[in-house]
Write a protein that binds this ligand. Structure first.
Ligand SMILES: Nc1ncnc2c1ncn2[C@@H]1O[C@H](COP(=O)(O)OP(=O)(O)OP(=O)(O)O)[C@@H](O)[C@H]1O
Length: 981
């Protein structure tokens, strides 16, 4: 058995009683499954939906208690029907979803005062709808409870099936989730008038146990709080900062205390004690509570009786209160809470999520977030199945086994089946058996003792009550009465006096006296008549039969003590009556005298009785000591001790009550003082107001005066109203400031926490940095060493000549570590050397190649550049050539034109001259010359490429020069143009 629990209650239950509980002092696992959420693949089953055309049937935007939330949503969808919770029948193998319910709380007075409106409302019993966008924003859940629903209704839907299944061996988790002040505590814990889920579940568990007589149950509880990521054991104040551990069975809290519980009250007392240890207790610091989660776990172990034993079932119910806190800086997925609930929410048990929300508009966003969370939770699939422990871990099984073995042995012994076994062996076996039984019994009895002591005390007290109420008296009381009577007889005139105390003339005295003593005296007298012949105190003591079957010595002692107390009370009362009579005797000495005498007799009589009883107590004590067996004495001592401790406990309670009462008294006194002060002030005020009124003059009529007074009162009332308003405003302002102040302090504390968290982070980071720096330094060192090594290696190799390949180099490398070659490490170093140098050579070669490559690339680039330049020049030259050719062609066209014109002019002139006969020889020569020129030009035209004909005529040569010049000019111009462009 894993010993996880720090300790557990030593309570065990006695099987002889009719209770179905099994006995145990147990340690067991806290959680017993592990796994993960399985997101539902079928998105159509999602519970959130949008886009409906429903009308909001609630016109008003304020939520009042009278507002009805019944009726189905008129919207045109029914996804909620898909989400109806299936019955939690165990075992179950098909997938089911988490049961998700939403509970609205009523709007608080504060929210009303703040002017909040309803922002979310339950539309029917399965839908939550936004008031501001009802058509587009709505969510469906298994069940939605309006603000008027009570917790029992919530329990019936959201928790009862889980509890039932848990009692049948299926793990279950019920948790309330919501923002601060949304109603988680109200839902889970509740109060006296309206018990929450936890007390209801506990009650249910015990009723199920009562209704299942065929099974034995062992229940244990644990209660923890997760506050600011720290787990504290609420059942054990020393259990702080516990750790979540994980084993094959799942996650559990190491060292959590588990207590065996025997009744609902017992379980609830642990919760009440746990609440005292909570980090925030009943504190109303919202921010703190939003970081506080509580988990109450009930471990249930059960098995059938004896032969019907069919294995032990172990299950766990976790009932949690989880706060949705925006203040929390740890997201849920990383939190301890998630780790802890991992087992419970693993999908193998039932899970019921109750989301608590407020309808108020000031919390609209928070409520929306809660609804979104709830909607997402609905998609988680579970496969709830029944747990079964068939290993040896079960306490019930262990005990059952032991009992069965012992029974068998006993049977064998009884039947005398141990044939051939010697008498000694039988005795030894018997002894062993008895020892075993004794062990078992003693453990059970330990548990029973406290209970038995209480029971005996109750019985004794009950006897006393019965004795007095039934007007019957045991024989020993009769003795006492007899003694009283006989003693009175002794006193003679006291008894026979008609003015006995019961016939006192003062009716008040008579009544009071009767009220205190008549019943007792009547009883004594009645019994005394039976034993009237016994007239001596000694006889009464010795003759009384105090050791009847049903009355033990201690009972007798108790009764005697009670009698002494009563007598003492009566004596005190008679004494005070006597005092009063003595005072009265001053007025009427005769009448009072006899009464005084009787009363004195009575007091004496009672004193004697008391003394006798005291003696009897002493004697009875001595006698009982003498006669009682050791066992009796032990029992008596134990009982007395128990009573003592009970008395102490009662005393403590009384002291605490007293303290509270005193505090209350002090408060009341203070309040009274305040009220008195206020009264005085008011009286003064009234007096001063009265002074303000002028006394009615003789002329003024009473009516005028009354009117004046009325006006004054009215103005006073108005002033009062004003003051009241101011007061209300001030109170509001004050509460606002208080809230602000609280928020600020919360924020400050949050900031502090953040700062501390940041400090921790920083510290961690610093540690990381240090670590990394150290690593860096180490690496640098190594690098440096490697560099040095390679450097020295390089120089060594360069000195050694042939560096690249060959034996010489290897010989050089080996020479670096003289002596190493002989051993293994030397060989390794040589190899390492050689590898390093090869690598280095390769690197250098690679570098040289890269350099060559780069040089070649540069040369190639140069070449390409030059080529490009040349190509450009060639193109330019070609373009010029084309241009020149064009110019030349144009030129030739011009020349041809000129030639034509010149030829035409020449012919017409010669024709005219020939006709007129006035052409001189000179002119003829010129014309010849011209004709020659034309002929030459024509020949040029034919041989236009021949530019320097040796036999040119001067004119032709000139023309050529002209043309060339023109061509040159054009080339120059063209060159300039192209240059400009
Ligand atoms: N269903 C309800 N009906 C009536 N009153 C409710 C209901 N739910 C909550 N309240 C009241 O609202 C107030 C806040 O509720 P409660 O303390 O339960 O909130 P909480 O969520 O537990 O807050 P915290 O996280 O701060 O502890 C309480 O005064 C409570 O009595």
């Amino acid at each position: 058995m894993s010993s996880r629990a720090r300790s557990s209650s030593p309570f065990s239950h006695n099987r002889r009683t009719s209770s179905p509980f099994s006995s145990s002092s147990s340690t067991s696992s806290f959680m017993n499954t592990s796994g993960r959420f399985i997101p539902r693949s079928n998105s159509s089953s999602s519970s959130s939906f949008h886009g409906s055309t429903g009308n909001n049937t609630y016109g008003s935007r304020s939520m009042t208690p009278n507002r009805t939330y019944g009726g189905r949503s008129p919207v045109a969808f029914s996804p909620s029907d898909d989400l109806l919770p299936e019955p939690f029948d165990a075992p179950r193998s098909t997938a089911d979803s988490i049961s998700v319910t939403v509970r609205f709380r009523p709007m608080s007075d504060r929210e009303y005062q703040r002017g909040d409106e309803v922002s979310w409302y339950p539309d029917g019993d399965k839908t939550v709808r936004s008031e501001y966008s009802p058509a587009t924003c709505a969510y469906a859940f298994d069940k939605v409870f309006g603000p008027n629903a009570n917790t029992e209704e919530v329990y019936d839907v959201a928790a009862r099936p889980v509890v039932k299944a848990a009692m049948d061996g299926v793990n279950g988790t019920v948790f309330a989730y919501g923002v601060t002040s949304s109603g988680k505590t109200h839902t889970m814990h509740g109060d006296q008038d309206c018990p929450g889920i936890i007390p209801l579940a506990i009650k249910d568990v015990f009723s199920i146990i009562q209704e299942t007589p065929g099974r034995e149950f062992l229940l244990r509880v644990s209660y923890l709080e997760i506050y600011n990521e720290v787990i504290n054991d609420l059942l054990d104040p020393t259990g702080q900062n516990l750790r979540v551990r994980e084993d094959a069975q799942g996650t559990y809290v190491e060292g959590i205390k588990e207590e065996v519980v025997l009744s609902p009250g017992h379980a609830l007392s642990f919760i009440a004690a746990g609440e005292e240890h909570r980090h925030v207790g009943s504190n109303n610091f919202n921010l703190f509570s939003s970081r506080s989660h509580t988990i109450f776990s009930l471990m249930i172990e059960s098995g059938s009786h004896g032969d019907e034993y069919d294995g032990v079932v172990f299950s766990q119910l976790v009932i949690g209160k989880l706060s949705e806190g925006k203040a929390s800086h740890i997201p849920y997925r990383d939190s301890k809470l998630t780790r802890l609930l991992q087992s419970s929410l693993s999908g193998r048990g039932h899970v019921s999520l109750i989301c608590t929300v407020t309808p108020a508009s000031s919390s609209m966003e928070e409520t929306h977030n809660t609804l979104k969370f709830a909607s997402r939770a609905k998609r988680v699939e579970i496969f709830a199945s029944r747990n079964k422990i068939i290993d040896e871990k079960s306490l019930i099984k262990k005990y059952q086994r032991e009992i069965t073995t012992l029974k068998e042995e006993l049977d064998q012994l009884r039947r005398g089946m141990l044939v051939g076994v010697s008498h000694e062996e039988i005795l030894t076996l018997k002894q062993k058996l008895e020892e075993g039984q004794f062990k078992m019994q003693s453990r059970l009895e330990e548990e029973e003792e406290a209970k038995a002591a209480l029971m005996s005390r109750i019985q004794r007290l009950t006897k006393l009550i019965l004795v007095s109420s039934k007007n019957s008296i045991p024989s020993y009381l009769g003795d006492a009465a007899g003694y009283q009577i006989s003693h009175s007889d002794d006193l003679g005139d006291c008894k026979n006096n008609k003015d006995s105390p019961s016939a006192l003339s003062d009716p008040a005295v008579d009544f009071q006296h009767k009220r205190s003593s008549s019943k007792w005296n009547d009883e004594l007298s009645a019994a005394g008549s039976i034993l009237a012949e016994s007239n001596e105190a000694g006889e009464f003591i010795s003759g009384s039969n105090l050791t009847t079957d049903d009355i033990t010595a201690s009972d007798e002692m108790d009764l005697l003590v009670e009698q002494v107390k009563m007598l003492a009370g009566e004596i005190a009362f008679s004494t005070s009556t006597l005092k009063r009579l003595v005072e009265q005797s001053a007025n009427d000495p005769d009448a009072a005298q006899s009464q005084i005498h009787n009363l004195e007799c009575e007091i004496q009589d009672k004193r004697k009785q008391m003394r006798l009883l005291e003696q009897r107590i002493i004697q009875s004590g001595e006698a009982s000591v003498a006669s009682a067996s050791l066992l009796d004495m032990q029992q008596t001592v134990t009982r007395l001790k128990t009573e003592c401790s009970q008395k102490e406990f009662e005393l403590e309670l009384k002291t605490a009550d007293n303290r509270i009462l005193q505090e209350q008294l002090q408060n009341k006194c203070a309040e009274n003082m305040e009220l008195l002060d206020r009264l005085n002030a008011l009286e003064k005020h009234v007096a001063s107001t009265g002074d303000d009124f002028p006394l009615p003059s003789e002329q003024a009529t009473t009516d005028e005066y009354t009117e004046e007074l009325r006006k004054k009162v009215q103005s006073q009332e108005m002033e009062n109203e004003k003051l009241k308003l101011e007061h209300v405003q001030l109170v509001e302002e004050n509460s606002g400031l208080c809230v602000q102040n609280q928020k600020l302090s919360e924020e400050a504390s949050y900031a502090k926490e953040l700062a501390s968290a940041a400090a921790v982070e920083l510290k961690n980071l610093a540690a990381e940095v240090t670590k990394i720096s150290l690593q860096n330094a180490k690496l640098e060192k190594e690098l440096q060493a490697a560099r040095e090594f390679s450097h020295s290696r390089g120089s060594q190799i360069s000195n050694g000549g042939n560096r690249k390949h060959g034996d010489g180099m290897k010989a050089g490398r080996k020479g670096r570590y003289p002596g190493r070659g002989n051993d293994v490490s030397g060989g390794f170093y040589d190899e390492f050397d050689s590898y390093n140098l090869d690598l280095e050579d390769l690197k250098m070669e690679l570098l040289a190649r890269k350099q060559r490559e780069a040089a070649l690339e540069a040369a190639l680039a140069d070449k390409e550049y030059v080529e490009e330049e040349c190509r450009k020049k060639v193109e330019e030259a070609k373009r010029r050539e084309v241009a020149l050719e064009n110019d030349l062609a144009n030129m030739w066209v011009l020349v041809a034109k000129l030639k034509k014109e010149v030829g035409a002019a020449h012919e017409s002139m010669s024709d005219e001259r020939l006709d007129n006969g006035d052409i001189s020889n000179g002119q003829k020569a010129a014309e010849v010359e011209k004709n020659g020129f034309i002929k030459e030009t024509q020949s040029l035209e034919v041989n236009k490429t021949a530019q320097d004909a040796p036999s040119e005529e001067p004119l032709v040569a000139r023309l050529k020069v002209t043309i060339l010049c023109s061509v040159f000019v054009r080339i120059v111009l063209h060159g300039n143009e192209s240059h400009d462009s």
